[in-house]
Design a protein around this ligand. Structure first.
Ligand code: KG4
Ligand code: ZN
Length: 363
């Protein structure tokens, strides 16, 4: 079964074709990073306009890269939540129109849940050169989902049957990377620039706090971001009334690298501590990381060292936003759920990952 996935929830316009939920036939991602970098973050109206311009060519390229025609496509899967409203509207409208005109079943996909499915892609067409996991993860599966909007630990008992163990109570970890990068004067997006700068810094130069939470698997990153702000103010000898937008100009490159490394280490250790705790309590067969922050090399290295089972990682290109993960989850939904009529597909910008399973309970 070949599924066309469409993703446009934030600042990537993406289309991909995945066969049987695990074989990648094409993966096209048009990133808007250059357009938003001048503003230091995503501008929603600009994002929506850019999606409109490129969505049709991106979908066409996904078909031609996979060397398939519309006759070969069995279904369409599209992100309907969460994300920026204008961005989501462009992708869902394209998917609805194509489902109608090409007469294909349509599956609305939750973006955060789909991030986990990047880990289910373990084969690819000859023309692709990603470094993929050797096999699919097994259930029960512990997933650490860490993106720009989410930080959560989820235990999957099966496809569509999962349990939210814990989540951030304030900022997502990716959001903290982005905000700290801004404070110390590194370019957007903050995650990759902090990871890059941290290579030259000392992770023990500044001592930063790990938040203590009531829920064993809950996170908080807002205090860590403020702790970095206060440490920078102390380092450059200004008080809290000094404009934070001017702080970065007072740091030199060595201080900047040390702040990047110290923040990154603290944020990552927080994620790993909770993941290790969940591993000990629930004894999953596999552990995966998902979402943009899963592209972080230090997170991968340190997590592998800490867990007693081998961990396979999805390639970086499938950790940040893409449509392959949408198509992969679409396949598993298509196995168990009826398709959704095109007129019933709505966008839901702030929908958290549903706490209950979507899978119909078998009698
Ligand atoms: O999943 P994603 O592409 O979009 C959302 O669904 O949010 O995640 C984007 C987030 C951003 O906050 C970005 O700074 C972060 O992922 N990110 C990273 C890295 N690459 C992207 N964070 C840490 N290290 C990285 N290498
Ligand atoms: Zn994402």
């Amino acid at each position: 079964m070949k599924i066309l996935g469409i993703e446009s929830s934030c600042d990537e316009t993406a289309a991909a074709i995945v066969e049987d939920g695990h074989r990648l036939l094409s993966n096209v991602v048009h990133s808007q990073i250059d357009i938003h970098a001048v503003y230091g973050g995503v501008v929603p109206e600009v994002a929506a306009r850019s999606h409109i311009e490129v969505i049709n060519p991106v979908i066409q390229k996904a078909l031609s890269d996979a060397a398939v025609t519309w006759d070969d496509i069995d279904a369409i899967a599209v992100t309907y939540a969460p994300g920026l409203i204008g961005s989501l509207l462009v992708g869902t409208l394209a998917a609805r129109t194509l489902a109608l005109t090409k007469n294909k079943p349509l599956y609305p996909i939750h973006h955060v849940e789909a991030h986990v499915y990047a880990n289910f892609i373990d084969e690819q067409a000859e023309h692709l050169t990603l470094t993929l996991p050797k096999s699919q993860p097994r259930f029960p599966l512990l997933a650490l989902i860490v993106s720009g909007g989410h930080s959560q630990l989820v235990l999957f008992h099966d496809h569509g049957d999962y349990q939210l163990l814990g989540q951030t109570q304030d900022d997502a970890v990716g959001e903290a990377f982005d905000k700290v990068a801004k404070i110390i004067g590194l370019p957007y997006p903050g995650g990759p620039s902090i990871a890059q700068a941290a290579l030259k810094g000392s992770p023990t130069e500044y001592s930063l706090p790990k938040a203590k939470m009531k829920g064993a698997y809950d996170f908080s990153f807002s205090g860590l971001k403020t702790a970095v702000l206060r440490a920078v103010q102390r380092e450059v000898c200004v008080d809290t009334t000094f404009p934070s937008s001017e702080l970065a100009g007072l740091l030199n490159d060595v201080q900047r690298a040390n702040f990047a490394a110290s923040f990154q280490r603290t944020a990552i250790e927080t994620l790993i501590d909770k993941t290790e705790q969940a591993f000990r309590d629930h004894s999953p067969a596999s552990v995966v990381i998902a979402g943009g922050v899963a592209a972080n090399a230090e997170l991968r290295t340190l997590l592998s060292k800490r867990l007693p089972i081998p961990v396979e990682y999805a390639p970086m290109a499938l950790c940040t936003d893409n449509a392959a993960m949408i198509a992969a989850l679409g396949y598993y939904q298509a196995q168990q759920l009826p398709s959704t009529p095109v007129e019933d597909i709505l966008v839901i910008p702030s929908l958290s990952m549903p706490k209950t399973a979507w899978r119909p309970i078998k009698s």
